[in-house]
Design a protein. Structure first.
Length: 219
C-alpha cells in the first residue's frame, strides 16, 4: 500500500493547503491572545471581594466549560448576526467563539496561578510599604506567571487542535483543505498522513517546550 504513496499529490497541493494552514495559525494566534486578555479580566473578577461580581464571573466560567466547543461555535455563528442586526463573517464569528470559550479556561489557569502565591508574601510586601497594585505587580505576578506558563502552553496546544472544528461553518482550515484535496484526488493516505505528521511535529515540539519549562520553573 505504501509503495503507491504519491508524494507529488502533496507537492502540487501545497499552495492550496498552505492557505488553510495560514487560517489555522491566524485563528490560533488571535484566539490565544484574545482569550488570555479576557481570561485575565475574568480571573480578577473571580478574585473580587464583591460576591455578586465573583459569582457572575464563576457562572460565566462554569457555563462555558460545561458546553461542547462545537455547540459554542454554532451559537456565535447563528446568534451573533441576529443580535447585532447585521451579517458577520464566518472567521469573525468563529474567532469570537474561540476567544469567549478559551477565556473561561485561561481564567481558571490564571486564577489558580495567582492563588498559588502564599498570602504571607502579599502581607509582607504591603508591610514594606507596597500598595496592593504594586504587590500584585512585583511580588504576585512574577511567581504566578512562572507557575502558569506551562499550563497556558498546554491549553494553547489544545486550542490549535480544536481549530479543526471550524469546518462546521464552512471555513477551510488546514485539515479541511487537506480533506478537500484528498476527496478530489482520491489520495486520502497521502493527505491525511501529511496532516498527522504536521500536527505531530507542532504539538510534540510544544509539549517538549512545556516539559522544559516545568523542569526549569520547578521549585
Amino acid at each position: 500500500m505504501l509503495g503507491n504513496f504519491d508524494y507529488s499529490v502533496i507537492l502540487r497541493s501545497l499552495p492550496f493547503i498552505w492557505g488553510g494552514m495560514v487560517l489555522t495559525l491566524q485563528l490560533t494566534a488571535l484566539a490565544v491572545t484574545g482569550g488570555l486578555l479576557l481570561g485575565v479580566v475574568i480571573a480578577l473578577l473571580r478574585l473580587s471581594p464583591l460576591k455578586p461580581v465573583s459569582w457572575l464571573a464563576a457562572f460565566y466560567v462554569n457555563f462555558l466549560r460545561s458546553m461542547p466547543l462545537i455547540l459554542v461555535i454554532f451559537w456565535f455563528y447563528t446568534l451573533v448576526p441576529k443580535l447585532i442586526g447585521s451579517s458577520i463573517s464566518g472567521f469573525n464569528s468563529v474567532l469570537l467563539a474561540f476567544v469567549m470559550f478559551e477565556a473561561a479556561y485561561y481564567s481558571e489557569i490564571i486564577r489558580a496561578g495567582i492563588s498559588s502565591v502564599r498570602r504571607g508574601q502579599i502581607s509582607a510586601a504591603m508591610a514594606l510599604g507596597l500598595t496592593k497594585l504594586q504587590s500584585m505587580r512585583y511580588v504576585v505576578l512574577p511567581q504566578a506567571i512562572r507557575n502558569m506558563i506551562p499550563v497556558l502552553l498546554t491549553q494553547s496546544i489544545i486550542m490549535l487542535q480544536d481549530t479543526s472544528l471550524v469546518y462546521v461553518v464552512g471555513l477551510r482550515d488546514f485539515l479541511t483543505t487537506a480533506d478537500v484535496v484528498a476527496s478530489r484526488d482520491n489520495r486520502p493516505i497521502e493527505l491525511y498522513g501529511m496532516v498527522a505528521i504536521v500536527f505531530l511535529v507542532v504539538c510534540f515540539s510544544m509539549s517538549r517546550l512545556v516539559g522544559l519549562l516545568r523542569r526549569r520553573y520547578a521549585l
